[in-house]
Write a protein that binds this ligand. Structure first.
Ligand code: HDE
Length: 745
């Protein structure tokens, strides 16, 4: 048998690994012994798609919409060319010495094509590699003028923005719905230069000093030996580090809460994390924390939903964002500020404003809205825009300055430095998505990928040869002037202030501010994550950390792990809960929610009411998605967008079951057995505390799934419109929270 390893190979394998592979791919069925393995059929050729509009006319706008004056490098003209504009006759065959002969080195088109391809990838971001970016506009309310002179905050001032949302730990191709912090980075192309607000959806950070950043990231990233697990914190190195490094505890509590599994990028808060310093037109300063407040409210996935989605639709958040914008449901956030007096201590109500592991509860300092962000345009090219966008906390505009937060200071170094290797040189701000809309005259010259053809001969100051140009502006001409903030007389030392030593009061404040059902989710998250660790000592050490946060939390997690709950090492501090930290107890707009309508394709009477229902859902700003046993057009002109094969409950915020009106009470109901995939869908939707509606004979499916018709969040009726109205009402609370268990300890 020619496919068996030879004796020499067999012996070498036996020496090396002690066993031998049996054979290569099996021969085709029915093929004579020794025949080569069967190959797949080649794909059928298809008709080419018609040209897109931008293939006919060259674009002269940058990716951000600004006029550049010079044509970009996007496709121009209808003919295929080389990168130097020479038209090509054939790009399907390399130049060969005869049709069956060797390929010739002289084929310059082949070499250009392959060389470019070989270099298409750039290093992914070392953190926040997985992301989705979109364009939008920010409009100032004008009320911030008392504290900030920045032009983009002026009343009615409209500023283009680019926003990139991201996860932190995973690689570029990792799933969207993993348990992780989300990045929320905004580039404002203001008339005074670019301002980047590079924030997260969690208001605190794992570390207080930037010098620890490589440590936390090395611990959170996959294990270096096998590079697993991907995009997860549920592994030994992460819990090893955070259980030893207790200043991470506050962030860890947020990461184990529902905040770390957002329903959508559109339903996340954003936070600047650090305290910034604002300056008004008179030069008076204030300290502030930035917040983004989503108009749709803060909502999360259930943990099991997030896990299922990682497989069912790893692009869930991207798709959700792009689809919402495509359909005109533009997501909105208000930018808000918490304002604190700029005192020498830089504390507020005893909270150190320079400590990035601390929040200031909104009840102590309300978040005051100063403008509104609307995301209204998807990217044209993911790589050119989202991959190449370069944020930097040092991209500041007059009116906004940094404070001495030691985490922020390390970031001020890191964000430029990282672009040098990621984007390959110092000219990354010339890339279209990074170009400011304000005029640039920077005297920075040369370097890799220089796109500007600078004129003049004196890129230095002072000069006389270019007439002294460019000129210094001065504050009255809109120049950026650092605030002359005093620096305390000090000695050089590697040390943090004593106020940074409190690692437990705010994690406790956070946990105690959550509703019982949210606390249960935190308990389960800790139990899940620590349950994935192998080392007993790490679990025990983390339980000790939890004992110092909250007795209920520690006891419940310990029970789940089957370990004794340790005693706290110090008295637990008194905390005043901050209700603003809970996601519950509020009602929110339901725009952009996805409603699955399960239909029976063989039941024309049941499909009759579906078009009107779809219209009602669309008019309510939501997306109706019809799910049937087969795709295509069904009776009553209903189109199935999903089939039982492609649909999974996790894609929908609520499920509706359509069927014919119930037969007369004495009629014998004869229904085909409910498809088991519909039963799974219903059980999952029920388990994830989603609203479920049904009418007509469809209620049978609920019974078959073991769901009581009178249970909370289950709406059974006769009129589709009425059932939908009630389901919509339930959706305003996001979930049927009563279905989740609450802590019992
Ligand atoms: Fe980042 N961070 N970071 N970070 N960060 C990066 O910059 C870094 C921190 C955040 O969508 C990198 O261009 C250090 C806090 C976001 O492109 C890198 C420290 C917060 C994004 C970097 C921090 C953030 C990044 C990787 C500790 C919330 C994605 C690629 C001193 C306030 C931006 C890049 C995007 C990206 C370094 C801590 C948010 C390596 C050294 C705190 C949203 O420069």
């Amino acid at each position: 048998d020619s496919t068996k390893p030879t004796r020499v190979v067999r012996e070498a394998l036996e020496r090396a690994v002690g066993k031998v592979a049996d054979s290569a791919a099996p021969p085709a069925p029915g093929a004579p012994a020794g025949a080569p393995p069967a190959l797949d059929e080649p794909t059928e050729p298809r008709e080419p798609l018609p040209p897109k509009p931008d293939q006919a006319a060259p674009e002269t706008r940058t990716a951000t919409g600004a006029e550049t004056g010079a044509p970009g490098r996007e496709q121009q003209g209808a003919f295929l060319t080389t990168s130097t504009g020479t038209r090509l006759r054939d790009t399907d065959h390399s130049l060969k010495a005869g049709a069956r002969g060797p390929t010739l080195l002289q084929d310059h088109h082949l070499r250009e094509k392959i060389t470019h391809f070989d270099h298409e990838r750039i290093p992914e971001r070392v953190v926040h590699a997985r992301g989705a970016g979109v364009h939008g506009v920010f409009v100032g309310y004008g009320n911030a003028e008392q504290v900030c002179k920045s032009a983009f905050l002026r009343e009615g001032e409209s500023t283009p923005v680019f926003v990139r949302f991201s996860t932190v730990v995973g690689s570029r191709g990792s799933a969207d719905t993993v348990r992780d912090t989300r990045g929320f980075a905004t580039k404002f192309y203001t008339s005074e230069g670019n301002f980047d607000l590079v924030g997260n959806n969690i208001p605190v950070f794992f570390i207080q000093d930037g010098i620890k950043f490589p440590d936390i990231i090395h611990a959170a990233k996959p294990h270096p030996d096998r590079e697993i697990p991907q995009a997860q914190s549920a592994h030994d190195t992460f819990w090893d580090f955070v259980s030893l490094h207790t200043e991470a505890t506050h962030h860890v509590l947020w990461s184990m809460s529902d905040r770390a599994v957002p329903r959508s990028y559109r339903t996340m808060e954003g936070f600047g994390v650090h305290t910034f310093r604002l300056v008004n037109a008179e030069g008076a300063t204030s300290l502030v924390k930035f917040h983004w407040k989503p108009r749709l409210g803060v909502h999360s996935l259930a943990w099991e939903e997030a896990q299922l989605l990682s497989g069912v639709d790893p692009d869930f958040h991207r798709r959700d964002l792009f689809d919402a914008i495509e359909s005109g449901a533009f997501p909105q956030w208000e930018l808000g500020i918490q304002v604190f007096p700029d005192t020498p201590e830089q504390t507020f109500e005893g909270i150190d404003l320079l400590d990035p592991t601390k929040i200031v509860p909104e009840e102590l300092a309300p978040v005051q809205p100063v403008g509104v962000l609307t995301l209204n345009r998807n990217t044209t090219n993911y790589f050119a825009e989202t991959e190449q966008v370069a944020f930097h906390v040092g991209h500041l505009v007059p009116g906004i300055d940094v404070t001495d937060d030691p985490l922020l200071h390390a970031r001020l170094f890191s964000y430029i430095d990282t672009q040098l290797s990621r984007l390959g040189g110092p000219n990354f701000n010339q890339i279209p998505v990074n170009r400011p809309h304000a005029p640039v005259n920077d005297m920075l010259r040369d370097g890799a990928h220089q796109h500007a053809v600078h004129s003049g001969i004196a890129p230095y100051k002072p000069n006389s040869l270019d007439g002294g140009c460019p000129f210094h502006a001065g504050a009255d001409m809109g120049a950026y002037v650092e605030v002359a903030a005093p620096v305390a007389a000090a000695v050089k030392e590697r040390k943090s202030p004593a106020s940074f030593d409190d690692h437990f009061s705010q994690p406790r404040l956070f946990y105690r501010s959550l509703e019982p059902v949210e606390r249960e989710h935190v308990i389960r998250a800790f139990t899940f994550e620590l349950g994935k660790c192998y080392e007993q000592v790490i679990k025990e050490r983390q339980l000790q950390v939890l004992a110092n946060v909250d007795t209920e939390l520690c006891a419940a997690v310990a029970e789940g792990l089957g370990l004794p709950a340790p005693e706290p090492t110090a008295a637990l501090p008194e905390v005043t809960p901050s209700p603003a930290l809970s996601q519950l107890g509020k009602r929110w707009p339901t725009d952009g929610r996805a409603i699955g309508i399960v239909v029976d394709a063989t039941d024309p009477a049941g499909l009759d009411g579906v078009p009107a229902l779809q219209q009602a859902i669309t008019e309510a700003g939501m997306t109706p998605l019809v799910i049937a046993a087969r795709g295509g057009t069904l009776p009553s002109e209903v189109t199935a967008q999903r089939t039982f094969l492609t649909a999974r409950s996790v894609e929908y915020d609520a499920l509706l079951l359509a069927a014919a009106p119930p037969p007369a009470p004495d009629a014998v109901v004869r229904r085909a057995a409910v498809d088991p995939r519909v039963v799974v869908m219903l059980q999952e939707a029920y388990r994830h505390a989603k609203a479920i509606g049904a009418w007509g004979t469809a209620a049978t499916a609920l019974t078959e799934a073991g769901i009581g018709l009178d249970e909370v969040g289950v709406v059974v009726g006769t009129d589709p419109a009425e059932v939908f109205t009630q389901v919509r009402d339930l959706l305003a609370n996001h979930r049927v929270w009563e279905r989740f268990p609450v802590p019992t300890t």
